[in-house]
Each structure stands twice: as C-alpha cells, then as structure tokens.
Design a protein around this ligand. Structure first.
Ligand SMILES: *[C@@H]1O[C@H](CO)[C@@H](O)[C@H](O)[C@H]1NC(C)=O
Ligand SMILES: *[C@@H]1O[C@H](CO)[C@@H](O)[C@H](O)[C@H]1NC(C)=O
Ligand SMILES: *[C@@H]1O[C@H](CO)[C@@H](O)[C@H](O)[C@H]1NC(C)=O
Ligand SMILES: *[C@@H]1O[C@H](CO)[C@@H](O)[C@H](O)[C@H]1NC(C)=O
Ligand SMILES: *[C@@H]1O[C@H](CO)[C@@H](O)[C@H](O)[C@H]1NC(C)=O
Ligand SMILES: *[C@@H]1O[C@H](CO)[C@@H](O)[C@H](O)[C@H]1NC(C)=O
Ligand SMILES: *[C@@H]1O[C@H](CO)[C@@H](O)[C@H](O)[C@H]1NC(C)=O
Ligand SMILES: *[C@@H]1O[C@H](CO)[C@@H](O)[C@H](O)[C@H]1NC(C)=O
Ligand SMILES: *[C@@H]1O[C@H](CO)[C@@H](O)[C@H](O)[C@H]1NC(C)=O
Length: 453
C-alpha cells in the first residue's frame, strides 16, 4: 500500500519535472530591460529576465502568463536595481552576466564551470548546462522565497522572506528544512534554536534527509530519504485545470500555498497558511514594540515612554545618561505592560515574591531598562526588547523603566516625586534621585540579593 503510494508520488513528480517544454538559450543570446526583456518558457507561463524594481530593474524568474508579474526567484536579490541601459548576456566565455553600457560585468549566477547552454522550462526552472549537457546550476536548487511544483527544499536549505511585495531583497524571516527532519521558521539573524522558532512541523528526529515538496495539485508535504511521506501540510488533490500552485514565505513571516487561476480572469487565492495567528512571526514589528491582535487585525504598540524610530521599531524618548548621578534632571518610573511575551535575554534573574520588589530592583540598577515579572521571578533586561507580542493567556508582566524630566526648578513642584501614570492599580510612588529613597532602595537591594541567593 505504502509502496504504491510512493510510486504514485514519484510519477507525479516525474510528470511535473520532465513532461514539459524548454526554451534553449545559446551562447551570445542577450536581452535588455527595454527591448526583448525576458526569455519565456515555451508555454509562455514563466519568464527569465528583467522585471521592474523601484525605479529600475532586477533579474529573476516570474510568472509571465498573468497580468501582475509574480516574481518567484531573484538573482542577486540584495543588489540595488539596475537602469535601463544594461544587457543580460550569455557570453561566449560561458558566463551569464549583466553588462552595463560602459562594459562592466556583474555575474548573475556563480557557476564553477563554463556555461554552454541555458534553458527556461515550463516548470519555472532555469537551468545552466556545460558542454557535456550536464546541469551546472539550476534555480530550483537555489530558491529565494518561493517553491514551485516539482521543486523541493532539501535538508539544510532555507527560504528567506522578501522585504515587501515590490522589493525582493532579503527580508526578516526564514524557513529552514533542518537536517534533523524538522521544518522550522525563525527570524533571520537567530540561531537554529527552539527558543527562537515560531513555527515547527514537529517532525524532528524523523531522519537526516527529509525534504519539503510541492506537487502540481497543491500537495505540500515532507518526505524522508526512503521516500515516505512523513507529514502532509496540505492534502493536495486540488483542481489543476488552468491553475498553478506555489508556496512562498511571505513578508509577514507566514508561509502560504497560493493558487493562480490562469484561464479565466487571472486570480490569486490563499489555499493554506502555516499560521492563522498573524502575530506569531517573531519580531514582525521590530525592536521595543509588540504585536497586538484584535478580532480582525493586528497592530503594533511601542513600549510606554518610547516613540517610533526610523528603523522600524521604537526607541526611548528619554535619556538614561544621568542615572548614576544624584543631581540628574531625570527621574524614573515604571510603566506596566501586562500579558506580553518577549525574548528572554535577561542578564540577571532574582527570586522576588512581589511585583513591587521587582520594580524596585530595576529602578535601583542603572543597567536595568525593563524587568519581566512572572511566577515570583524577576528577570532584568537591557535594550532592545525583541519578539514582543500581546497574549491574553500570558501571565508575564513587563515592567518598563521610563524616564520623566524632573522639573525641580518649577515653583510648587520642588522634589515632589512623580507618579507613574499607569500605576493607578498599585498606587506606587517611585523615585530614583532623592538621596533618602536611594538609601532605602540600597537596603532593599541587599535583601533582594539574599532572597535570590
Ligand atoms: C532544447 O534542447 C533540448 C536538449 O538538447 C532539446 O531536446 C529540445 O528540443 C530543445 N528545445 C527547443 C525548443 O528547441
Ligand atoms: C525580440 O525577439 C524576437 C524573436 O526572438 C526577434 O524577432 C526580435 O527581433 C527581437 N526584438 C528585439 C528588439 O531584439
Ligand atoms: C529594498 O529593501 C532594501 C532593504 O530594506 C533597501 O536597502 C533597498 O533600498 C530597497 N530597494 C528598493 C528599490 O526600494
Ligand atoms: C546608464 O543610465 C544611468 C541612469 O540613466 C546613467 O546614470 C549612466 O550614466 C548610464 N551609463 C552609461 C554608461 O551610459
Ligand atoms: C522513513 O519513514 C518510514 C515510515 O515512517 C520509516 O519506516 C523509515 O525508516 C524512514 N526512513 C528513514 C531513512 O528514516
Ligand atoms: C543524506 O544526504 C547526504 C548528502 O546527499 C548523504 O551524504 C547522507 O548519507 C544522507 N543520509 C541519509 C541518512 O540518507
Ligand atoms: C472577468 O472580468 C470581467 C471584467 O471585470 C467580468 O465582466 C467577467 O465576468 C469576469 N469573468 C469571470 C469568468 O470571472
Ligand atoms: C518626548 O520627549 C520630549 C522631551 O522630553 C517631550 O517634550 C515629548 O512630549 C515626548 N513625547 C512623547 C510622545 O512622550
Ligand atoms: C493579564 O494581566 C492582568 C493584569 O495584570 C492579570 O490580572 C491577568 O491575570 C493576566 N492574565 C493572565 C492569563 O495571567
């Protein structure tokens, strides 16, 4: 039974990858952004060539048979766009290059031996051959953010999301087919560790060479090295009439299976998504802010006392420079952010029974920018705070240190301590730079140390 299934799967793949036309590109062939701008596969479905990026062009593979060119692969995706006066050329020496008007050349793919021929297939695969007709490079083995039917993501390979729908440069999320058999999503610059993951297929320890595969009927699944389907992400069996499927890790970090209807009015729809929780992608909104979900939408929220910064995140709207000095112009209070989770990058963990003690521990420590209080544990944090999201089922309480200007010179105010706006519940009075309270904080600090020891 299982072996029959395997045979069927194999033949589906076989059909998808071999029964198709190829457009052959010989040495000396060239295209330009403003003339013949792509090499189309025989059916006209896929094209290799120039597409618009910003106010210039990039080179890649796209679905050409529909009005909106949908990019499925990009060459040198982090390079800036090129202008119209360039030529994409399969030069005699056996290289595929982008030649500028003044003769400079940029390699489009890095092949280790001379190219004799290139082919654009109806499957969407672009292949470079040597003079022995052997494959020396193929786009299917060098994916960017998309997997097409017949294409696999092999153990050790990963996809990276794009910056935006119109900018195919490397974005902030990745999807990795791990060598332990697990398919996992992480933010871009994090280690392959469970603490950073935000999606898993839960197939770890299922063998070394597990791969992610997509068939023409939208079947998305994991196969082990002996050919057994160890997990179906989608059941497949969707209509193939005038329809193609592709899987893409989107800019929001979720990977989705899309269907493209080609026959009628071309339409695109989502068949399946790795998560319905749009706040699940860790770090979606950058640093020092958190993702909040309501019934229909998600939005981002800066930490209290923080403002949106240019780099997509939030930054302090106060200084901590004078924290050490007693005659500073800034006082510090604590604002509470309930029911949120964050990366745990604590530099010190104290056992403190109450929220108030945890707040004090942070206020009297100039290195402390925030504390996470949960189950009697007080975790001191430095900036930035990452991967924040609101979760109603979460008991963690984030206590954020906020600086408030000290209007010491203003009449009537004197050294009146400032009250944290959001502390109405606990009615705490918190002050840093009055010598009397500083001393009592110091005393408490020793007690805290004793408690945590
Ligand atoms: C492209 O080359 C292959 C292999 O040499 C050949 O089988 C095929 O017919 C060629 N395709 C076209 C459209 O010429
Ligand atoms: C575009 O390609 C077609 C077919 O290969 C050719 O006949 C035509 O001359 C080309 N046009 C330009 C501007 O290169
Ligand atoms: C694409 O995004 C990258 C990274 O954010 C940025 O540096 C680049 O300027 C963007 N390109 C365009 C054409 O907008
Ligand atoms: C190519 O076009 C760009 C922008 O239009 C221009 O700055 C550049 O000088 C051109 N290069 C040559 C060699 O003509
Ligand atoms: C592949 O999965 C099948 C079924 O679970 C199992 O019997 C087989 O040992 C697996 N192969 C490898 C190499 O792990
Ligand atoms: C996995 O693939 C690698 C590279 O092809 C190979 O060296 C290794 O033996 C394979 N491992 C298993 C368990 O099949
Ligand atoms: C295609 O779009 C046109 C114009 O928007 C509409 O009149 C027509 O009914 C559509 N056809 C189908 C099959 O959806
Ligand atoms: C940011 O800080 C400045 C100077 O302390 C203050 O005037 C301003 O009101 C603050 N903005 C917000 C939104 O808190
Ligand atoms: C959410 O925060 C509120 C306010 O701090 C708290 O009363 C409630 O217990 C928290 N929810 C959970 C599930 O811990």
């Amino acid at each position: 039974m299982v072996s029959i299934l395997f045979f069927l799967l194999l033949s589906t793949n076989f059909l998808a990858t071999t029964q198709q036309g190829q457009f052959n590109i010989s040495l000396g062939s060239s295209i330009t952004p403003t003339g013949n701008s792509s090499w189309l596969s025989p059916s006209g479905l896929y094209g290799f060539g120039f597409y618009q990026k910003g106010n210039g062009f990039s080179v890649g593979i796209f679905i050409a048979g529909i009005p909106q060119k949908t990019v499925v692969w990009t060459a040198n995706r982090d390079n800036p766009p090129v202008q119209g006066n360039v030529t994409l050329l399969l030069i005699g020496g056996g290289r595929l290059v982008l030649q500028s008007a003044d003769g400079q050349e940029i390699s489009i793919v890095n092949s280790h031996e001379p190219v004799a021929k290139a082919s654009m297939f109806d499957s969407g695969n672009f292949i470079l051959y040597n003079s022995d007709q052997e494959i020396i490079w193929q786009s299917f083995r060098n994916p960017t953010n998309t997997i097409l039917p017949g294409q696999s993501l092999l153990a050790g390979e990963e996809l990276f999301s794009s910056v935006s729908e119109t900018n195919q440069s490397t974005g902030i999320f990745r999807l990795k087919m791990q060598n332990d058999g697990n398919l996992v999503q992480y933010p871009k610059d994090t280690p392959d560790e469970a603490a950073y993951s935000y999606y898993s297929s839960f197939t770890d320890k299922r063998g070394e060479n597990v791969s992610l595969n997509l068939d023409v009927d939208g079947h998305l699944y994991l196969v082990n090295s002996t050919g057994f389907v160890i997990k179906d992400l989608t059941p497949g069996g969707y209509s193939t009439e005038g329809t193609i499927y592709l899987m893409k890790i989107d800019t929001d970090g979720i990977f989705r299976l899309y269907s493209f209807k080609l026959n009628q009015n071309s339409s695109v729809s989502i068949v399946w998504a790795s998560s319905v929780d749009k706040c699940s992608s860790k770090g979606l909104y950058g640093l020092n802010r958190y993702c909040v979900k309501n019934d229909r939408d998600i939005y981002c929220q800066c930490l209290p006392g923080y403002l949106v910064s240019g780099e997509g995140g939030c930054q302090k709207n106060f200084s901590t420079e004078n924290c050490e000095s007693k005659d500073g112009n800034i006082k510090y209070t604590i604002d509470r952010v309930a029911n949120t989770t964050w990366e745990d990058a604590s530099y010190s963990i104290l056992s403190l029974p109450t929220e108030e003690e945890c707040e004090r521990a942070c206020l009297e420590d100039c290195s402390c920018e925030a504390v996470m209080f949960k189950d009697g544990e007080c975790r001191k944090q430095k900036l930035p705070l990452r991967f924040g999201r609101k979760l109603e089922s979460e008991s963690n309480l984030a206590l954020i240190k906020v600086g408030v200007s000290n209007f010491a010179g203003a009449p009537g105010e004197g050294d009146e301590p400032k009250r944290s706006k959001k502390d109405s519940q606990t009615d705490l009075l918190i002050i840093k730079d009055s010598s009397a309270t500083s001393k009592s904080f110091l005393t408490l600090s020793f007690q805290s140390g004793d408690l945590s020891a």
